[in-house]
Design a protein around this ligand. Structure first.
Ligand code: PLP
Length: 398
């Protein structure tokens, strides 16, 4: 069957919530994806920062297959071996004390928000708390996560959302200070903004926010769903800032392809008690076996070491590209293997042209292309990507 057959089938039944690229994927291998027409594509998207290990890591695949054959699911009213192992590994690796496994990033954010409200309620006995969130942030599509997402267009059709949310300007400490009140229970932000256009927090800002939280007994929630799991060159990006959150959200590469997320808390912020929160699937044996395997493979295959090397190389190469095409590339920023270039033209147009030449890229907003390849990407892969992208930009004749 050609791809049109599958696309028509899908569009005949799916709710139309995405303008999808006209590709039907068949399988993946390393940093390459193959479509049903036999085309081969260098993948600098990785399912949006998910497939950190690349496609077809043997140890990872084995862990999933053997767990699937053994036990897929059991209720959270019991324990399972993979859950116990993954919980211990992720708390140790992140430096947090407690973890709750979810099925997605948005759900991890929901749990983090409930934690903050519960913490405030325990402290004050009141149900009038406020949350400070950031402009240009992205935290997910469920009602709570959407309420703290900084893009008006995403929120507007679904108002009224959860109350008590105020927005401050990312990387502007004074704007945060101005929003703090007696009712503030949490400040939520991404350590590196992803969907908003790849903006790392400045050190002064994140350290300043941490200090404000300490002074006012406010919980700092860092959303590292995209920038966590090694992507910036440390397991979690906050490690590079000399701060620690009270609540951390993680997902995307946490399971490298199985639907799993988590929110983690310090002992102090572990405010939720039995009856407060739950999930039928959350942390089931299949997904936690994957999490466990991912964390083992990160160690054994020195994934983060590769992020440091390849990340620095990507930075250098994109700087060169910016110097070569100053009329098209207006800015370049990012950390590790989470980088972005801001264009004077539509990102989608460039992405389409790159795809025609066998390269997958993704935007972050209308004019930013983000680079979030598998964390195993090599210098040769980066050279290949730059070669294709350079050819596309040359063809613009700008
Ligand atoms: C992707 C993302 C989310 C939402 O995760 P889902 O798994 O899509 O629900 C939340 N926060 C950040 C920073 C993200 O990048």
């Amino acid at each position: 069957m050609d791809k049109k057959y599958y696309i028509d089938k899908a569009e005949g039944a799916l709710l139309h919530t995405y303008n999808r690229y006209q590709k039907v994927w068949d399988h993946g291998e390393g940093v390459y994806l193959y479509d049903t027409d036999g085309g081969k594509y260098l993948d600098f998207v990785a399912g949006i920062a998910v497939f950190a290990l690349g496609y077809g890591n043997e140890k990872y695949n084995k862990a999933i297959v053997s767990q699937a054959e053994k036990l897929l699911h059991t209720s959270n009213y019991y324990y399972s071996v993979p859950m116990a192992e993954a919980a211990e590994k992720i708390t140790k690796a992140s430096g947090m004390d407690r973890v709750f496994f979810t099925n997605s990033g948005a759900e991890a954010v929901e749990g983090a928000l409930k934690t903050a409200r519960r913490y405030y309620y325990n402290k004050t006995g009141k149900a009038d708390s406020e949350i400070i969130a950031m402009d240009h942030s992205f935290h997910g599509r469920t009602m709570g996560a959407l309420s703290v997402t900084g893009k008006e267009a995403y929120r507007a059709p679904f108002e009224p959302l959860i109350g008590g949310v105020v927005f401050a300007t990312f990387n502007d400490l004074e704007s945060v200070k101005a929003k703090i009140s007696d009712k503030t229970c949490a400040i939520i932000m991404e350590t590196v903004q992803g969907e908003g256009g790849i903006y790392p927090a400045t050190k002064e800002f994140l350290q300043g926010v941490r200090k404000l939280c300490d002074e006012h007994d406010i919980l700092l929630i860092l959303d590292e769903i995209q920038c966590g799991m090694g992507r910036t060159g440390t397991l979690y990006a906050f490690e590079q800032y000399g701060v620690k959150p009270d609540v951390l959200t993680t997902a995307k590469a946490l399971g490298c392809g199985v639907p799993v997320g988590a929110f983690l808390t310090t002992e102090k912020a572990a405010a939720l008690v039995p009856g407060d929160h739950g999930s039928t699937y959350g942390g089931n044996p299949l997904v936690t076996a994957a999490v466990s395997a991912v964390l083992d493979i990160f160690e054994e295959e020195k994934i983060i070491g590769n992020v440091k090397q390849s990340g620095a190389y990507l930075f250098e190469k994109l700087e060169e590209l910016k110097a070569k095409f100053p009329n098209v590339i207006k800015a370049h920023r990012g950390l590790g293997l989470m980088q972005g270039i801001e264009l004077s033209v539509s990102a989608r147009d460039i992405i389409n042209k790159a795809m025609k030449n066998g390269l997958l890229l993704i935007n972050a907003g209308d004019t930013v292309i983000r680079f979030v390849p598998p964390l195993v990407v090599s210098k040769a892969d980066i050279d290949a990507m730059i070669g294709i992208l350079s050819g596309v930009l040359e063809g613009l004749n700008l």
